[in-house]
Design a protein around this ligand. Structure first.
Ligand SMILES: C[S@@+](CC[C@H](N)C(=O)[O-])C[C@H]1O[C@@H](n2cnc3c(N)ncnc32)[C@H](O)[C@@H]1O
Length: 589
């Protein structure tokens, strides 16, 4: 057990637990740790919408709790601790973060949302190491981590729920239950560290301490420190501990690197099968063998066989062996849902765009990186300053393909964007660059009191009706124009979905100024884009897209909110939807 050597390293040090939770106290006491309890004054009021994943919220809260105590003690308690431990436990279900219930009804809301379902319990932990310097300043080093445990609740009847709530147990517990007492009766199974659900991931904590005290404290070359915050003469620094260089050949690492090297082959196999309508064919006529498919798609039997087998290995097709005969093929569930061209969430249009436009651009990636410009001329023989007007809308075929691509993504992501915020106060919206209107239809579906005007270039608007042959909604209308030059339709909510990333800052400012001029105070502006993490380290989908983008750039939620602020909008809410696009609702002040 790693704990004992760590405990001996801690003897004689002032260890402080920045939490009043009796359960955390008991877990650490039972482990033999000696510490003082100084509950943190940090209020758990961080805006959850600003965090991409729930664990980031728990870790940030744990950090703030621990740092508050570490900074307060030298002044209020007149002693500097050696280590401060902060922790925060949250429960997440269906994308919601549940903390401690505020009253019985809140406890009821939480527990009924957990009934019969699996949920996750995250504890974020922060360990602050305090080093007093000669001039009485204190250096803080911060190490943080989190642990996730999955818990499944049984179906809870109303009687059971209220009996449990009336026991009083839920009130001071994240998610409204305590697994170590009566709440244990509600639980069907636990996957992961049980103590994490109680409130503290002891095992992970011990491993982390072991890493700090037994592996890296003495070897400075395994430790890199960087100053993060400078506050009242004290410094907050965070250390990242790096394991010794790993020269072993691990199969898992090899698989990771192979998947990256082969990624383009998988994409191209998918594009080719989609282009040759393999998924449509196997939908209308399942269980064909390779020769039959080859005949239908007018291709060689040998090539078709290889393509079908590759698609099986990628999880896009299933092959069924028939005794003494050639295998037959059919679509997997994934292909049925996303690859058939007539599926409600078909990505067929987007795949065609990737194959015909993005792929040629990526084949010139090296020049794009060297020159820092778009590669339309090399890929398509045309210079394009405005990618829409000069490239996509020059030919009817390319225009329709682009519109199909936008339409398919908007149908997949539209509902998540349209329902990201309460928009009931708005009656009229204008979707600028709204293309086929697919997003607008999702907004009217989600908000019965809202009418949406789709504003797009004339070349697009003239084709938009083809995309909604059966949908007649007189709350969606189309206006043709250029959003950089023409007057914008009046609305109390403007929508910019996948628009701003296409343009450099100067053009973004022109567009935002026009929107700001059209808005009165209280008007809304909903931005939907892939928001990069604040350190620009993820998501790779956004960063990879930037490699083939023309003049624009990908931005983080903060970067977008600063752009908007300069035009008199405040970013009211940010939502990471887990779908293709994130969303931010801003209000004109
Ligand atoms: C990347 S697409 C996004 C489409 C749509 N908002 C969505 O999320 O599905 C960009 C859209 O902006 C439109 N657009 C480009 N330049 C424009 C301009 N100057 N005025 C109006 N619309 C424009 C394009 O025609 C295209 O429909």
């Amino acid at each position: 057990m790693v704990l004992n050597p760590v405990i001996s390293k801690l003897s004689g040090k002032l260890v402080v637990l920045a939490s009043a939770s009796p359960r955390r106290l008991e877990i650490l006491r039972n482990a033999g740790l000696r510490f003082e309890v100084v509950p943190s004054w940090f209020k758990e009021t961080l805006d959850k919408g600003l965090f991409k994943a729930p664990h980031e919220y728990a870790v940030e809260t744990a950090k703030q709790k621990a740092l508050e105590v570490a900074r307060r003690m030298p002044f209020k308690h007149l002693k500097t601790p050696d280590i401060v431990i902060g922790a925060d436990t949250i429960v997440t279900v269906d994308g919601m973060i549940l903390e401690k219930p505020v009253d019985k009804h809140d406890a009821y809301r939480m527990l009924s949302s957990l009934s019969g379902k699996e949920h996750s319990v995250f504890t974020g932990v922060a360990i602050v190491l305090c080093h007093e310097k000669e001039n009485e300043e204190v250096d803080y080093q911060l190490i943080d981590f989190y642990e996730e445990t999955k818990v499944k609740f049984a179906d809870l009847s109303e009687d059971m729920l209220w009996e449990y709530i009336n026991s009083g147990e839920p009130m001071d517990k994240a998610g409204g239950y305590g697994i170590q007492a009566l709440g244990g009766m509600l639980v069907e199974y636990v996957h992961g560290d049980f103590l994490n659900v109680v409130g503290f991931p002891l095992n992970h904590f011990c491993k982390q301490l072991d890493l700090i005290y037994n592996h890296c404290a003495s070897s400075s070359d395994q430790e890199s420190a960087s100053v993060h915050v400078s506050h009242n003469g004290t410094h907050t620094t965070s250390i990242t501990t790096q394991p010794p260089p790993n020269l072993e050949l691990k199969n898992q690492d090899l698989q990771q690197i192979t998947a990256l090297m082969d990624g383009f082959k998988a994409s191209k196999a998918l594009f080719t099968a989609s282009e040759l309508c393999v998924f449509d064919l196997l939908h209308s006529r399942p269980r064909l063998d390779a020769a039959q498919v080859a005949q239908e798609i007018k291709a060689s039997v040998k090539g078709t066989e290889c393509l079908l087998e590759a698609c099986v290995s990628l999880g896009l097709l299933k092959s069924k062996e028939r005794t003494l005969q050639k295998p037959v093929y059919e679509n997997t569930d994934l292909a049925m849902r996303f690859l058939r061209s007539d599926a409600p969430f078909s990505l067929h249009g987007y795949i065609q765009h990737c194959n015909n436009t993005i792929w040629p651009l990526f084949s010139h990636l090296e020049s794009a990186v060297r020159e820092g410009t778009n590669q339309h001329e090399k890929a398509f023989g045309k210079i394009s300053k405005d990618v829409f007007q000069d490239a996509y809308y020059n030919s009817q075929e390319v225009k329709l393909r682009f519109m199909n691509a936008m339409h398919s993504i908007a149908k997949v992501t539209g509902k998540a964007v349209a329902t990201a915020f309460d928009l009931s106060r708005y009656k009229t919206a204008c979707d600028l660059g709204g293309c086929t209107g697919a997003m607008a239809y999702e907004f009217t579906k989600a908000h019965p009191g809202l009418s949406v005007t789709v504003f797009d270039l004339p070349a697009v608007v003239e084709m938009s009706e083809h995309f909604h042959p059966l949908q007649k909604d007189n709350r969606v209308s189309f206006v043709a124009g250029d959003f950089f030059k023409d007057e914008l339709p009046k609305a109390d909510l403007y929508i910019l979905a996948r628009i701003l990333h296409d343009w450099p800052d100067e053009k973004v400012h022109i567009l935002l100024r026009k929107i700001a001029d059209a808005c009165t105070p209280g008007c809304g502006l909903l931005i939907s884009e892939i928001f990069l993490d604040e350190d620009r380290g993820a998501p790779s989908r956004g960063l990879l897209q930037a490699l083939s983008m023309s003049e624009g750039k990908q931005r983080s939620a903060t970067e977008y909110s600063l752009l908007l602020k300069s035009h008199g909008f405040i970013a009211a809410h940010v939502r990471h939807t887990d779908n293709f696009l994130d969303a931010m609702l801003c209000i004109k002040v």
